[in-house]
Write a protein that binds this ligand. Structure first.
Ligand SMILES: Cc1ncc(COP(=O)(O)O)c(C=O)c1O
Length: 420
């Protein structure tokens, strides 16, 4: 097998016309395939169906009637289960509704309207947020909606590139925060190392109210080996910045994305402030769902872990299909990719300037992929090379077909680029 950049133009043009024909044939099939969003498949959701089976009562372990108002920050048994799973202390936690993204959004509302401990409201100030890229489009969109300027920071296998992050945060007091998905980053599946986390906790920031938005969405979502997210709250405490990090987690990809339970955890002052602002918004979140969730797992973290293993057993073959297909391009010098360590996605890098074209070609053959560029601030990948593959929702056959077409699109876009 020869690297494509060593092929002559005639050889490449030959390959190109064969690929064009192939793609036309796929287009004529009228397919409708989708590897664009990280949703669990129905058979993964089915593993939690019994959660909807009802409760045998509405009384929580300390005697509260969960149908009624009260217990603002969440049921103790819910906190205890979350704490056993994530290592986050119960007293630092505020339980939310079904979406951790809503808690992230609320953190921004609070920061913009009321300010962080030790700082003025962010509203009216120049705010820049560091965005390890490729990263999660919804994080970037959220911060951008508030008017923050998004600054791309390279992602490494150990998390955000700390040389870059430290320099930016130290130099500019407008740099007020950083997004981090510590375990199985979206989309690359990287794990933030203890060393990176320590640097984040200890780094000198020009802004006194710098915040780490630590979104541990995939905190127990192991597919192969098990990894653990560093304890960022503890590291911040030890570094003398106890209020620096907000931690987020939810059961969206444990039971139901549309009906799970989330939490935010923070330093002592910030956790109190978050609860106080929440207290103006509501008298309590849905405690019936909290109780149902705890009961479904018998309140036992080992039962949750066993459930995660069953989910991984359903998910793993889908990943393996993606890997097997992508490996077919190894040695051609037209695609770079790495196996994620866990989580929900596979990130690939085409030749520079080819990602948008790949997504466009795939669309013409009935395949929907996450928009090229979506993994970068403002949807603008400076290399136009990163594409996120989300294999969770489709079934094995659909993934196989989609990948077959995707490979043709990658090859065609590369041949076009190399002959242009
Ligand atoms: C990194 C990350 N954070 C958060 C979410 C969504 O979390 P939730 O359903 O708790 O709002 C996702 C969903 O794909 C995600 O990938």
């Amino acid at each position: 097998m020869r690297e494509w950049h060593t092929l002559s133009t005639d050889e490449l043009l030959d390959i190109k016309s064969g690929l064009e024909k192939q793609l036309e044939e796929y287009g004529a099939l009228g397919l409708d395939l989708d590897l664009s969003r990280g949703k669990p498949s129905s058979d993964m959701l089915d593993l939690s169906n019994e959660i909807a089976g009802g409760l045998d009562g509405f009384i929580s372990e300390d005697g509260a009637d969960v149908r009624n108002y009260g217990i603002l920050t969440g049921l103790p048994e819910m906190k205890r289960l979350f704490s056993a799973l994530t290592g986050v202390p119960e007293e630092s936690m505020v339980i939310g509704g079904n979406s951790s993204l809503a808690l992230m959004y609320q953190s921004f509302v609070n920061l913009y309207l009321f300010g962080a401990t030790g700082g003025d409201p962010w509203m009216g100030q120049k705010v820049k947020i560091l965005c390890p890229s490729p990263g999660y489009d919804r994080h970037f969109g959220l911060a951008s909606d508030f008017g923050a300027e998004l600054i791309a920071v390279p992602m490494t296998d150990e998390g955000p590139d700390m040389d870059v992050a430290e320099k930016l945060a130290a130099e500019d007091e407008a740099v007020k925060g950083i997004w981090v998905v510590p375990l199985y980053s979206n989309p690359g599946g990287a794990v933030t190392s203890g060393k990176t986390a320590k640097r984040l906790a200890e780094m000198k920031t020009a802004a006194p109210d710098f915040r780490i938005f630590w979104d541990n969405a995939y905190g127990i979502h192991h597919i192969w080996e098990e990894h653990e997210a560093p304890d960022i709250l503890k590291l911040c405490l030890e570094a003398g910045c106890p209020e620096r990090a907000y931690v987020y987690f939810s059961t969206s990809k444990i039971n139901f994305p549309g009906a799970g339970v989330s939490f935010i955890a923070a330093g002592p002052e910030e956790a109190k402030k978050f609860a106080a602002h929440m207290n103006r918004q509501m008298i309590s979140y849905d405690k019936i769902n909290q109780l149902r969730t705890v009961k479904f797992f018998g309140g036992d973290p080992d039962v949750v872990r066993a459930h995660m293993k069953r989910l991984a057993d359903r998910f793993r073959p889908k990943f393996e299909t993606v890997f097997r297909c992508l490996s077919q391009l190894d040695g051609l010098g037209i695609l770079e990719w790495k196996k994620p360590l866990g989580g929900y996605f596979v990130a690939i890098d085409t030749l520079p300037g080819c990602a948008k074209r790949v997504v466009e070609l795939a669309k013409s053959a009935g395949v929907t992929l996450t928009d090229a560029g979506a993994t970068w601030p403002y949807g603008d990948d400076p290399n136009d090379s990163n594409i996120r593959i989300a294999p969770s929702y489709a079934d094995g056959e659909q993934i196989e077909k989609t990948m077959e077409i995707l490979l043709v699109c990658i090859k065609l876009a590369s041949a076009e680029k190399l002959t242009s």
